[in-house]
Design a protein around this ligand. Structure first.
Ligand SMILES: Nc1ncnc2c1ncn2[C@@H]1O[C@H](COP(=O)(O)OP(=O)(O)OP(=O)(O)O)[C@@H](O)[C@H]1O
Ligand SMILES: [Zn+2]
Length: 697
């Protein structure tokens, strides 16, 4: 059908709109438009009493609705249609994650492109302010030409051959910490970008925490245009950056999970760095895994995809073992004379028996090692994955605990100034000043139980008064630029001891850290979640990997304190044996049929009262299971309260759907979706959603 020989009023477009209704909406193409409609075009339409933007999904020449009454498309955005691979990916994700296509597609378009009154403004070139970090013309730093080692060269060659063959392949780039994975993939991408038309995408977990990476990416591609896509940039910058990727003007797209849906017409490679990182999973709205979608997109485009990690997720590692992914390994530290640390598992029970002291949970041995390291002018890390001063406040007289009224959690004690302390709930964000007396018994002797980063920082400052101590956690990095400046202090050598949460572990290339102490990791050994030990192992391997990364760091040591030295994550950590650990948990999961040997989805329900939430899921569950087409292969668990029942005043229930067959799981969640919608009409106040491939149960 060509635009010229058809009366324009008869052209109907089906448009996706960001609405909970799971359908497309018909509109007539306006006779005044100079061009014919195309799939992927962003348009303005009126919807109910509002005007909003939508994306053209289909062009038809008829509609089931009354042609006279059908509304016309009001305007077309001054943009090319969204690239066809992104359109296909959105359609796939809508089915896979069971969400309306509009809810998947529209939020992936930057906010300002979703506002018609901004289109004209966006078309104009913006005067660049120094800090706007929009498109950058990257420039090389003199003297930063490092020669790759043999392992790295071999991998670049292999990846380049994949690029030439123009076929899809998924690679697991599994290199020990500090083995130079980044430089390896950057060199491969550089070869691809010799062709000026080509575009590449690099995804990282949290860009604000890795300003270092942004600059090394910039320096790696002199003269190329780089755009960043993450939540820390302004709406305007995001809209401009997206447009530059979408129009092909930018060659490098560097971003967090949201980058995966960036339209890019000439995409030739995708890298997902630290692929095991949980932040690739979106935890609200469409609960997608950006890593999984990246692989899907690579397959659709017939291009190579690289998933890089020192501690791959079991899923990815298993695909590689089964030869569905190619394994590319780096076994040596890359920097000259850099040696991996000696890892010691320190048995606290033995220490106690031997009469060794322990202050605020830090063993005498670790304190002595800290002392020595400071004397040698080297940096140390103390890792404790809990922020705040103390996880809970307690009344010694009656046992009262500082619980949040809206959540099933304790309120955490935070030190605001020397005199002032607050209680804060890390789940709902409620904050209040600490009370002077126990609300239950009036006792004035309230004391903090346990320790967080603030308390450890306080103790270490007293213990090592001359040492410069930095704390890095969500509290000290909240304001813009603060993470960046804290990390530069470390890199400039302005810190002796760094106290921090998992934030300090992520991919940082510290040059002179030679001691890492882990002081309170045991708690997650007892989690109900079957992925807890995998997560703990990865976290500790990653934080251990920050030591001994250069010649400057010298001989380095990691000390992990525990009461359970025989627990399996510690057993394998001792020898930094990633494959051994993954092999063991693979066998465990195979035995009981957990992922990756089965596929899962969680159905969540939430309401002011738990009973309502449970009943609604039960209703849907019964109807679904008794449906003739329910797959025999799909198991639906009982409805149970979530491990953390209350958050922000809502009580939460869940049921798990599981199947060995991906198709059967898909079928069962489609059936559930149907009956949940039905059950919801009876219990309107209950919120519910289906989460595919949940990362915590
Ligand atoms: N061929 C090389 N020669 C010398 N130094 C190198 C080489 N390749 C990489 N390096 C350096 O080694 C250090 C570690 O590299 P990089 O940060 O890429 O490691 P990584 O594998 O990503 O580690 P991690 O998984 O711990 O984040 C960097 O300082 C990098 O500049
Ligand atoms: Zn709360």
């Amino acid at each position: 059908m060509s635009f010229e020989d058809k009366s324009p009023e008869k052209i109907i477009v089906q448009v996706a709109i960001d609405s909970p209704l799971n359908q497309l909406f018909d509109y007539a193409w306006h006779e005044d438009f100079a061009t014919a409609p195309q799939k992927g075009q962003i348009v303005q339409v009126s919807f109910g009493r509002q005007e909003c933007i939508g994306v053209v999904m289909q062009v038809l020449d008829k509609t089931d609705y009354d042609l006279e009454k059908i509304k016309k498309v009001q305007a077309i955005a001054p943009l090319q249609p969204i690239s066809s691979d992104v359109m296909a990916m959105a359609e796939f994700a809508a089915i896979y994650y069971q969400r309306p296509i509009g809810e998947v597609l529209i939020p992936s378009i930057p906010k300002m492109w979703r506002q018609k009154n901004k289109w004209e403004l966006l078309g104009k070139e913006k005067r660049l302010s120094k800090t706007s970090a929009a498109t950058k013309n990257t420039k090389a730093q003199p003297g930063n030409e490092i020669s790759l080692n043999e392992e790295q060269l071999f991998i670049v060659e292999k990846l380049w051959n994949q690029s030439i063959s123009k076929k899809f392949s998924c690679n697991l780039l599994q290199g020990i910490t500090g083995s130079g994975k980044t430089l390896t993939y950057l060199r491969w991408l550089k070869k691809i970008l010799d062709d000026d038309e080509s575009q590449v995408m690099i995804m990282v977990p949290e860009i604000n925490l890795t300003p270092q990476l942004e600059s090394s990416v910039e320096q790696a591609f002199p003269g190329k245009k780089l755009v960043v896509m993450h939540s820390g940039i302004t709406d305007r910058t995001r809209a401009d950056n997206w447009e530059k990727a979408h129009s092909g003007k930018a060659q490098i797209i560097l971003g967090t999970r949201m980058a995966v849906a960036t339209s890019a017409p000439n995409l030739k490679a995708i890298v997902v760095d630290e692929e095991h990182d949980l932040s690739y999973k979106q935890q609200e709205g469409v609960r997608y895994s950006a890593r999984d979608l990246a692989v899907w997109r690579g397959k659709k485009l017939n291009i190579p995809v690289v998933l890089a990690s020192a501690t791959p997720s079991l899923e990815t590692w298993f695909h590689a073992q089964e030869k569905r992914y190619e394994i590319l390994s780096l076994k040596e530290r890359a920097a000259k004379n850099a040696k991996p640390p000696l890892i010691q598992i320190l048995d606290l029970k033995q220490e106690q028996k031997a009469g060794k002291k322990n202050e605020h949970g830090i063993s005498e041995y670790l304190l002595n090692e800290l002392q020595k390291n400071i004397e040698q002018g080297r940096q140390s890390i103390i890792y404790i994955n809990r922020r705040g001063y103390s996880p809970v406040l307690n009344c010694q007289a009656c046992g009262w605990l500082s619980d949040c009224v809206k959540c099933s959690a304790h309120m955490v004690l935070h030190k605001i100034t020397e005199q002032k302390k607050n209680l804060c709930c890390h789940h709902c964000g409620v904050m209040r000043p600490v009370q002077k007396v126990c609300p239950d018994c009036g006792n004035t002797d309230l004391s903090p139980l346990g320790k967080g980063t603030q308390k450890i920082e306080e103790f270490l400052s007293e213990r090592f008064p001359k040492a410069k101590i930095l704390r890095i956690d969500a509290d000290t990095t909240r304001t813009k630029g603060s993470a960046e400046s804290l990390f530069s202090e470390i890199h400039d050598g302005d810190a002796d001891i760094i106290v921090g949460t998992q934030m300090i572990a992520k991919g940082h290339d510290y040059q002179s850290v030679s001691l890492v102490g882990v002081i309170d990791a045991d708690a997650s050994l007892f989690s109900q979640d079957f992925r807890a030990s995998e997560r703990l192992f990865a976290q500790l391997m990653q934080v251990a990997g920050r030591a001994g990364r250069s010649e400057e760091a010298g001989e380095s040591k990691v000390i992990i304190q525990t009461n359970y030295p025989e627990a399996s994550p510690y057993k394998y950590l001792r020898h930094a044996d990633v494959d051994g650990f993954l092999e063991e948990i693979k066998n465990e999961r195979q035995l009981v049929g957990l992922p990756p040997f089965s596929y899962q989805a969680l159905v969540h329900g939430e309401h002011k009262t738990l009973v309502q939430a449970i009943d609604m899921l039960k209703d849907a569950s019964q109807l679904a299971k008794s449906d003739k087409i329910w797959p025999a292969n799909a198991m639906l668990s009982d409805v149970i309260p979530r491990a953390m029942v209350r958050i922000a005043g809502k009580e939460r229930a869940q049921m798990l759907v599981e199947s060995e067959s991906r198709q059967d799981l898909q079928k069962s969640i489609e059936i559930l979706q149907h009956y949940l919608t039905e059950a919801h009409t009876k219990r309107k106040g209950v919120g519910w959603y289906i989460e595919r491939d949940p990362i915590s149960i």
